[in-house]
Design a protein. Structure first.
Length: 453
């Protein structure tokens, strides 16, 4: 009876411990109730969070935070008060010791070459960056507005100078109607970048200068470049929404989050796209991040969604998360971070060690009826039962909570029907592990405790 109680406790610990979002404690700052988080950038243990009020930094994966006083600050009109300095940091990049921040209120570009310890300022920078990105040593900035100052920019000297790089991205004609002074030809807003081994990708949107979407004529969508941004070609066949808000890359999979039609996937470098929205109840995708085969989406109004199987199905991922509108998502080696795009300016984190278990706990599908049972009085001997509806190849493995394969128990062709596999937990030692069965393109997982006497 005592062993059974210990086993029950271990199962609870494996499935429920720390499996929720934790709000990070940002420093107190003026106008905190008006703040929203615009961008999060991570590099090693350093996490930077940019808000419309201030810039924050954590040197320990989000455990503690400091505010960063950027140089060249000046009083600006913000929330009816002109007596204080407010930095509205719109875009953020962390790439090794290089950190770049774009301040929207004063149109300054800030650079640090020592991970944010000291900063220089370009006060003559007149481009409005919505996003910053790095591929290798080349930096990219995305913005919109007029023919000369819109589209992608790139820097070959760590952000010290920038040149336009919009060859191949056509201008679009926009006009709210009548004789509005906003009528004219504009570059589409570049609001997202991504890259893989072969291409650089840029996602476009179109806004009015007042912030509303308005009628346009011309091409938008996704563009790709095979020469580091010198020339671009359109790559969005199959997209039903040409307003792209974010990207995520996982191996050969490239995901695009759109304004109104959810997530799209390409496996051929953008030659064709298909929607992957099963389970998504909000299709305004503000951010995407991939952690192995796990994909996370931040939405406007429904918080975060989690796909444990590379986008095949989505599940709500909001345990402990008090904000429903999420703008940025980012991940380091230990945590998934989310920033709220609603008043309050909160940053949240979720431990990646819990992700493998949540693949099981949040799953509504049990295609194989996977069961894990302790044999006899020792939980080091584990019986694993499952059922296959059809014959085919099956892979059964033991994983740690970070998703690393520790042991392959079965990898062969099996007939349809009931199957049992025995596993001796002494091969891995006491702790919490995950049993994962894959067959016929479907996957099911179970948490399993190992207690060695």
């Amino acid at each position: 009876m005592q062993c059974k109680n210990v086993l029950t406790i271990m199962l609870l610990l494996c499935g429920l411990a720390t499996a929720q979002w934790e709000k990070c404690n940002l420093p107190n700052f003026n106008y905190a109730n008006e703040a929203v988080i615009n961008s999060i950038a991570v590099d090693g243990n350093n996490v930077f969070a940019a808000s419309n009020i201030w810039l924050f930094c954590s040197r320990n994966n989000g455990t503690s935070w400091d505010s960063i006083s950027l140089p060249g600050g000046k009083p600006v009109i913000a929330f009816g008060d002109i007596s204080d300095t407010v930095y509205s940091v719109e875009a953020l990049l962390a790439n090794g010791p290089l950190v770049i921040a774009y301040g929207l209120f004063n149109y300054y570009l800030y650079r640090s070459l020592d991970s944010g310890a000291s900063w220089s300022i370009d006060s003559q920078f007149y481009h409005s960056f919505d996003v910053l990105f790095a591929k290798g040593t080349i930096c990219y900035g995305g913005c919109g507005y007029g023919p000369e100052e819109g589209g992608p920019f790139r820097s070959l000297d760590s952000g010290a100078s920038w040149t336009g790089a919009n060859a191949g991205i056509p201008l679009i004609y926009t006009c709210p109607g009548g004789d509005s002074p906003e009528c004219g030809y504009y570059s589409p807003f570049i609001v997202a970048f991504a890259s893989n081994d072969s291409f650089l990708f840029a996602g476009t949107m179109c806004y009015s200068l007042l912030g509303d979407t308005f009628p346009i004529s011309g091409k938008r969508g996704i563009y790709r470049s095979a020469d580091s941004g010198i020339m671009w070609t359109q790559a969005d066949i199959g997209l039903t929404d040409s307003n792209i808000q974010c990207f995520a890359v996982n191996g050969t999979n490239l995901y695009a989050g759109t304004l109104n039609h959810g997530v799209f996937l390409t496996t051929n470098n953008g030659n064709s796209w298909a929607p992957v929205n099963s389970g998504l109840t909000n299709l305004n995708i503000r951010s995407l991040v991939a952690v192995g085969s796990h994909l996370f989406a931040g939405t406007k109004g429904k918080g975060v969604f989690h796909s444990p199987d590379s986008g095949k199905r989505w599940l709500p991922f909001n345990n402990g998360l008090a904000d429903s509108t999420i703008a940025p998502l980012a991940a380091d080696s230990l945590y998934l971070f989310a920033g709220s795009d609603s008043s309050g300016g909160h940053v949240w984190r979720f431990p990646l060690a819990d992700i493998a278990v949540l693949k099981q706990n949040h799953s509504s599908l049990q295609p194989f009826g996977l069961k894990v049972m302790a044999a006899g009085r020792s939980s080091s001997s584990i019986g694993i039962e499952f059922s296959l509806a059809h014959s085919g190849r099956a892979h059964l493995g033991i994983y740690d909570l970070s998703g690393h394969l520790l042991a392959t128990l079965l990898d062969k062709q099996l007939p349809a029907g009931e199957h049992t596999v025995a596993w001796d937990g002494r091969s891995v030692g006491s702790g919490c592990y995950v049993v994962r069965l894959e067959a016929g393109g479907t996957m099911e997982t179970k948490a399993v405790p190992v207690i060695l006497k």
